[in-house]
Design a protein around this ligand. Structure first.
Ligand SMILES: Cc1ncc(COP(=O)(O)O)c(C=O)c1O
Length: 415
């Protein structure tokens, strides 16, 4: 997106705003598909960005959807997904979320534990149906090189490979649940393409070994992902050409199979990160004890919320001043919240700006707004604009958080 169009959008809709470009979503999806094995399935992980127009765009491109809550099930349905294109994953599937998914027709689940499998099977039986389950595996050995490693370490994710080997009977098919393969998700954001390809291959080998050792069927293997993307202008963009040869390497694992399993992959950030920018206004620029503080309309309530919780490093965004800046100054880029954790970058070279200037932070289409602390302090959420390349604005909307009365007593308006 050009700087000019950001300014035009801010004039039309006000600021702050997120702008997502569907043309860039399409480009990323086409690039990734080009290196995945022919006939494989690509799940879009809604946690990266559940904006319904983006989800609908990825559905149109043939993606399936990976969801992890009843809310994401609803977003998938509202975006037009037929339930057989939805995979329900995650360690915290409550009974009511499982039932909700079954009610709308979702049948495919990733299973995180023996208890999770029991809950899915019991609920499916009660709905007179059968779920199709992938057992999520926590590999024995850790994996190097991802920004969030979720396997090979003690965690709430998946079933330990050693437990599967020792007690396969806990994870067999039963009335209400058909076990159709494995789900291996090693890590997110693996920057090194060789390492990325290697872990996908290792996941395939582990799935094949587990299947032959336990007798668990292998109709689908979800090899996970880890496809990296920049965040807030930092980090590398994956050159998918570096994954050339991945498909042949993976197919070698199934060379002795009469019917190779369906291979599937998951991606959130690679598909959508580069499509999004945050445009925010400067509220104030001040000096304190020799340091400059640029206060923006948006902080960790709109971007990088998990870093605000100190769960991830600060985004340290690269900042473009729309209209240009008058030089650089050492300082911190902060948001409007009344807490020192509301800091997007600290002690860096910042452009010199004044109240009313607009800045743009690129590459925030994934883990932007909905991964942030949007309810904290009650600032309005940014307007979210979806554009489609040169075709202009497709939609403009704003998330709101509304309090809804619940409970056994009917809600009464006060007189
Ligand atoms: C099981 C699973 N699938 C997919 C994803 C999406 O990861 P990414 O956005 O890095 O592609 C995650 C992220 O944590 C995950 O845990």
């Amino acid at each position: 997106m050009t700087g000019t169009s950001s300014v035009e959008l801010a004039c039309r809709y006000g600021s702050p705003l997120y702008v997502y470009d569907l043309a860039l979503v399409r480009e990323s999806c086409t690039n990734l598909r080009a290196v995945l094995p022919p006939g494989s399935r690509l799940y879009y992980s809604l946690k990266a960005n559940p904006h319904p127009t983006i989800v609908a765009c990825l559905l149109d491109l043939g993606c399936h959807l990976e969801v992890s809550s009843a809310g994401e099930v609803d977003v998938a349905c509202a975006a037009g997904a037929s339930p057989d294109r939805v995979l329900f994953t995650g360690p915290g599937k409550t009974r009511s979320a499982i039932e909700h998914a079954l009610r709308v027709g979702v049948r495919r689940f990733s299973v995180e534990s023996a208890g999770d499998l029991d809950r899915i099977a019991t609920a499916s039986l009660a709905h007179s149906t059968k779920a199709e389950c992938l057992i999520r595996v926590n590999r024995d050995a850790p994996l190097a090189g991802g920004s969030l490693t979720m396997t090979g370490v003690s965690s709430q994710f998946g079933v330990d490979a050693s437990l599967l080997m020792d007690r396969p009977e806990l994870f067999g098919s039963r009335p209400g649940a058909d076990i159709s393969g494995f789900h291996l998700y090693a890590a997110s954001n693996i920057a090194d393409p060789a390492r990325l390809a290697e872990q996908l291959y290792e996941n395939a080998v582990i799935a094949a070994e587990l299947s032959s050792a336990t007798g668990i069927a292998l109709r689908e293997v979800d090899l996970g992902g880890g496809f990296p993307a920049p965040y807030a202008g930092r980090g590398t963009t994956l050159d998918v050409a570096e994954l050339t040869g991945l498909a042949e390497r993976l197919s070698s694992v199934w060379s002795c199979y009469d019917r190779p399993p369906l291979l599937s992959f998951e991606s959130g950030r690679f598909l959508v990160a580069t499509s999004g920018s945050l445009v925010a206004g400067v509220v104030d620029s001040k000096t304190s004890k020799g340091f400059t503080y640029v206060v923006l309309e948006s902080g960790v309530n709109h971007l990088g919320g998990m870093s605000g919780l100190r769960k991830l490093p600060r985004p340290q965004p690269s900042v473009e001043v729309l209209g240009g800046a008058d030089g650089l100054v050492r300082g911190s880029l902060v948001g409007p919240l009344c807490t020192p954790i509301d800091c997007l970058s600290s002690d860096v070279e910042l452009p010199v700006v004044t109240e009313g200037d607009l800045i743009r932070i690129p590459d925030v289409g994934a883990y932007g707004l909905t991964a942030s602390l949007i309810a904290f302090l009650g600032h309005p959420a940014p307007t979210e604009i979806v554009i489609d390349g040169a075709d202009g604005v497709i939609s403009a909307s704003r998330l709101t958080i509304a309090r809804t009365p619940v409970g056994p007593e009917p809600f009464r308006e006060s007189p």
